[in-house]
Design a protein. Structure first.
Length: 63
């Protein structure tokens, strides 16, 4: 599998991604990014999600 850069976000509200802080960068597979989100979600009260860096850039968010 090809390694890809993923960004892990911490959701802070019901707004667009641009309002959520980036809390981690993952270079690997989508599965690895999902595992990191699952670990963070299990450890705390906040919800974490990931997006491919290329998709984040398309939304106009600077990385």
């Amino acid at each position: 599998m090809k390694d890809t850069m993923y960004l892990v976000f911490k959701q802070i509200g019901n707004f667009a991604t641009r309002h959520d802080p980036i809390v981690a960068y993952i270079i690997g597979t989508g599965r690895e990014a999902q595992e990191e989100c699952n670990r963070r979600n299990k450890a705390g009260t906040a919800y974490h999600y990931f997006m491919e860096a290329a998709e984040v850039k398309k939304e106009g968010i600077e990385i």
